[in-house]
Ligand binder design. Structure first.
Ligand code: 5AD
Ligand code: SF4
Length: 496
């Protein structure tokens, strides 16, 4: 890439102040330098725009909101992907089809480089932590402008500046760092709800999973930092928080920094954190994601039971119902232990919705193993299940094991889907006629006289109402269940 893409950057632009070494000051410095570039366009009447395309999980969604916050401060404004001057893909590599979707997108974007001389493409996220992927981008996708990984998201201003200023392709993918720099000031899709990372990485090494290789070892943030973030978010108007981690139930095993709370209470773990978050005034709802069944304690169930602000919804990935397969997956629980945990949850939290992730076609899966999975689905009666076909990930142990033939996997997947859907359909309708607290999200896209909101188990409810209720928790009578959503009516004015 040697043609000059952005034409009005002075080639001899000098940075005459010293560049701060410490974060986040360093990135603040680059934000102001980038802003100068964007201003030159604004002065000529051109507003540069961006779009971030997010693949994958809640972590990526929240990371993207923070990247958007940085770009807004630089002076870019959000626009649809088709129109934007800068498109960043925040990638996922958990399954091969996510990788293929990225390459498909990139192919389509190439012609836009010719149409728009300012057009920039950035790639970041999990897929970029794979050396083979970066090599492929380097060789075959030379029109990509900058690449960064999961450990240096906060460095976007510096990388963007380097791309704009030096006019060369920037590739910066780092190994796992000792310190983590938080990005403040996300641009949220909904101003009233936000994620909060409580930990990074994963230590579980399930034998099919690439996450531990691209997100590094488990590192917990201190309770002080997390509670501070939550309080700040509340002052910004946030009423619903999602505590995020690959395995929130093992929160507190490895802290990134010293913490007075932890020195005082060495047994402090996720249940204690959750309880402390509940005490922050001004929050209506608290969610968390994801729970590993091996670490979900009775202490946690008790904390949920006594705190009405914690949503009655647990996402509890089972992956398989076969004890033999679970062992090969390195999941550390048996079919019976999983079902006993479900029973304990149901006993103490009778209304709690349960959702899960299930995989079919893991290497060595027999018909018998698969029937065990169906058996667990029937017994656990999930409100919703995300079903996946096993995808071979290079570098993971299971990639080298004998794979199940494609037609067998496809057949099992279809059978699983049928059972999962019919149970989910029944389960979703179980609240018909009852009253539910609904967090109002937006005006209904199809009918402007309706509002759309979410129940605590994430099910959508549409009901007549006015825009002033957006961002508030309101009681709604669920008059009719329609498969996977409800229609209802507002009961009374907002609860304070
Ligand atoms: N193939 C298919 N599904 C996978 N998941 C993780 N790794 C793989 C893989 N290699 C699924 C698991 C996990 C969810 C986020 O993605 O079910 O819970
Ligand atoms: Fe992957 Fe297992 Fe860690 Fe989840 S717990 S991120 S499935 S290794």
């Amino acid at each position: 890439m040697n043609e000059k893409i952005i034409s009005n950057i002075p080639e001899d632009y000098q940075i005459d102040e010293p560049i701060p070494e410490k974060e986040p000051d360093r990135q603040e410095f680059f934000i102001s330098l980038c802003r100068n570039y964007i201003k030159t366009y604004q002065e000529e009447g051109q507003q540069l725009t961006y779009a971030i395309v997010t693949f994958g999980c809640q972590m990526n969604t929240y990371d993207s909101e923070r990247l958007k916050g940085l770009l807004e401060r630089i002076g870019y404004r959000e626009a649809p992907e088709k129109e934007a001057d800068l498109v960043i893909f925040n990638t996922c590599t958990v399954r091969e089809n996510a990788n293929q979707r990225l390459y498909g997108h990139l192919g389509q974007l190439k012609p836009r480089k010719k149409e728009n001389p300012n057009f920039l493409i950035g790639l970041c996220g999990c897929m970029m932590q794979e050396p083979d992927v970066v090599e492929k981008i380097r060789k075959s996708y030379t029109f990509v402008d900058f690449v960064f990984g999961t450990y240096n998201l906060h460095r976007l201003p510096e990388l963007l500046f380097a791309r704009l200023h030096e006019n060369r392709r920037i590739i910066e993918v780092l190994p796992e760092p000792k310190e983590h720099v938080e990005i403040k000031g996300a641009k949220r899709k909904y101003p009233f709800k936000s994620g909060v990372n409580i930990m990074y990485g994963c230590n579980n090494f399930c034998t099919y999973c690439i996450v531990p290789y691209v997100r590094g070892r488990e590192r917990s943030r201190t309770p002080e930092d997390i509670l501070q973030d939550v309080k700040e978010l509340v002052t910004e108007g946030v009423r619903e928080i999602m505590l995020l981690g690959q395995n929130v139930n093992s929160y507190g095993t490895n802290f990134m920094e010293e913490s007075a709370i932890i020195s005082e209470k060495p047994d402090y773990g996720f249940p204690e954190l959750l309880e402390d978050v509940c005490k922050v005034p001004g929050l209506d709802r608290i969610r968390f994601m994801t729970s590993h069944p091996k670490d979900l304690s009775d202490r946690l169930i008790d904390v949920i039971a006594r705190n009405p602000k914690i949503c009655r919804h647990i996402h509890l990935p089972v992956q398989s119902g076969s004890t033999a397969l679970l062992e090969k997956m390195n999941r550390h629980y048996t079919k019976e232990q999983y079902l006993a945990l479900v029973d304990r949850i149901r006993e103490k939290l009778p209304d709690c919705s349960l959702t899960t992730d299930i995989m079919v076609g893991f290497p060595g899966e027999t018909e018998e193993d698969f029937l065990d999975t169906l058996d667990v689905v029937r017994k656990a009666r999930y409100d919703q299940a995300f079903t996946f076909i096993y995808s071979r990930r290079t570098g993971t142990p299971a990639a080298g094991w004998e794979q199940v033939p494609e037609d067998v996997v496809k057949d099992r997947f279809d059978r699983l889907l049928e059972v999962v859907n019919s149970i989910a359909h029944e389960r979703c309708g179980r609240f018909e006629g009852q009253t539910a607290e609904v967090m109002v999200e937006e005006i209904n896209a199809q009918d402007a006289s309706l509002l759309t909101g979410r129940m605590e188990n994430n099910i959508l409810v549409h009901f007549p109402g006015t825009a002033d209720l957006i961002g508030h928790l309101v009681p709604v009578r669920l008059t009719k269940a329609h498969g996977f959503y409800y229609t209802g009516e507002l009961l009374k004015e907002e609860r304070e």
